[in-house]
Design a protein around this ligand. Structure first.
Ligand SMILES: Cc1cc2nc3c(=O)[nH]c(=O)nc-3n(C[C@H](O)[C@H](O)[C@H](O)COP(=O)(O)OP(=O)(O)OC[C@H]3O[C@@H](n4cnc5c(N)ncnc54)[C@H](O)[C@@H]3O)c2cc1C
Length: 377
């Protein structure tokens, strides 16, 4: 006999683990399925750290969602006893006319958020690790910091199980489809299951699972590097070094984190190689990948040109055309919610997205306006 559930969550990465937790916490009978054993390093959610920031330059519409996320990450920490979120402050650097600085100012004004302008002369005194660039402004978002992505996923999954969810790992979903009674049937490498609803949270694999019914998506291969920073390691640690983003005059964006176990991590935001098929994509980091990121980051931290590389990783962005998220039921299939094409900036929101997806699936509505995330926006 086919096992039946209220909701199947397909994919247990950032979005799926959070969704499975919030659904189970509300009493739904949940089956979560993943082809690997999350947290793993094959998708979009690995690599020690993810930036979380409140003064959201991309658009002010994300501010209430990130505020809910801060509250929910703290709640999850309290309930689980795990440390997930480290506040370091966040330095946003660029010209006043740059998209980064203008976007921050807009978000801060619209939502009355605290933000501090740091003059060039002050930057050297307060954050001597940063090279001042003539004509650039620095804004400090005091709420910003970083999340530990692997711990976040592990904790959501543990709490989901504690709340009664069934999780199947190392089990690939081969196909899914609607049933005659308006539910869904899922065929996996190990069996078949039915449910009233399904949440497809398959990250960079979403394209192949949803096909033409879903949004147009581009998967970008990103390279992330860790370096040995110069001098006293402490000055690069979370107590002394904030997360940062910097937009250069040609629009290139780089970002980075305080030093952690693997070293001092930095990368380029966007500009990644487009990937047709994640399953056959190049996973190794090659010399030209290292040179590209090293050269970009050295524009702000010149020592990076010669620094010892301590670690590297490949990870995938799943981008929509306007770089906004997709959280929507598939056209004509109100039992199928697609989640997670988060265009390289979704991790911080995972717990709030999990909560709102649980509401959408169980009640058909949620506390946030998800119209900007509709497929047909
Ligand atoms: C290098 C990099 C840096 C980033 N930095 C930030 C940042 O600083 N801040 C931020 O907020 N966001 C950041 N992001 C974005 C963020 O990490 C992603 O938006 C988020 O992790 C996406 O999570 P996901 O659940 O959609 O995908 P994933 O975590 O990849 O999960 C998808 C899951 O679905 C499973 N799956 C897929 N297909 C199947 C199948 N057929 N059967 C079974 N299971 C399946 C996969 O195994 C996987 O576990 C970054 C992303 C990258 C790559």
């Amino acid at each position: 006999m086919t096992a039946t559930f209220d909701v199947i969550v397909l994919g247990l990465g950032a979005m799926g683990s959070a969704t499975a937790y919030h659904l189970a916490a509300r009493g739904a009978k949940v089956l979560g399925i993943d082809q690997f054993d999350p947290p793993h390093d094959q998708g979009s959610s690995h690599g020690e750290s993810r930036i979380i920031r409140q003064v959201y330059y991309e658009h002010p519409l994300y501010v209430p969602l990130v505020q809910r996320s801060f509250a929910l990450w703290r709640k999850l920490e309290k309930e689980s006893g795990e440390h997930l979120l480290t506040v370091t402050g966040g330095l946003m650097i660029g010209r006043d006319s740059s998209g980064l600085i203008q976007g921050c100012v807009r978000a801060a004004n619209e939502h009355s958020l605290p933000i501090e302008q740091i003059r060039l002369s002050e930057l050297q005194e307060r954050f001597p690790q940063f090279m001042p660039i003539q004509g650039f402004t620095a804004l400090l978002d005091p709420a910003a910091g970083f999340l530990a992505p692997e711990a976040c996923i592990r904790t959501h999954l543990q709490m989901a199980v504690r709340a009664g969810a069934t999780l199947h790992t190392n089990e690939e979903v081969l196909k899914w489809g609607p049933t005659a009674d308006g539910g869904v049937r899922v065929q996996t490498s190990r069996g078949a299951y039915e449910a009233g609803k399904i949440v497809i949270a398959a990250g960079p694999w979403a394209r192949e699972l949803v096909g033409a019914m879903g949004p147009q998506l581009v998967v970008e291969r990103q390279t992330v590097l860790w370096f040995k920073p110069p001098g006293d390691r402490e000055q690069w640690g979370p107590a002394n070094f904030p997360i940062f983003m910097c937009e250069f005059d040609d629009g290139q964006l780089v970002y980075g984190f305080p030093v952690q176990e693997r070293g001092w991590k930095a990368a380029v935001h966007y500009e990644g190689e487009h990937v047709r098929d994640v399953r056959s994509a190049r996973r190794n980091v090659e010399p030209h990948d290292v040179a590209r990121v090293r050269n970009a980051v050295a524009r702000l931290f010149p020592w990076v040109s010669e620094a010892e590389l301590t670690h590297s990783a490949v990870c995938y962005y799943t981008d929509t055309q306007d770089l906004r998220f997709v959280i929507d039921f598939l056209p004509g299939l109100p039992q199928v919610l697609i989640s997670s094409p988060c265009s390289g900036h979704g991790f911080k929101f995972a717990t709030a997205i999990g909560e709102l997806q649980a509401s959408l699936v169980l009640e058909g509505k949620c506390d946030f306006d998800v119209a900007p995330f509709r497929i047909d926006r």
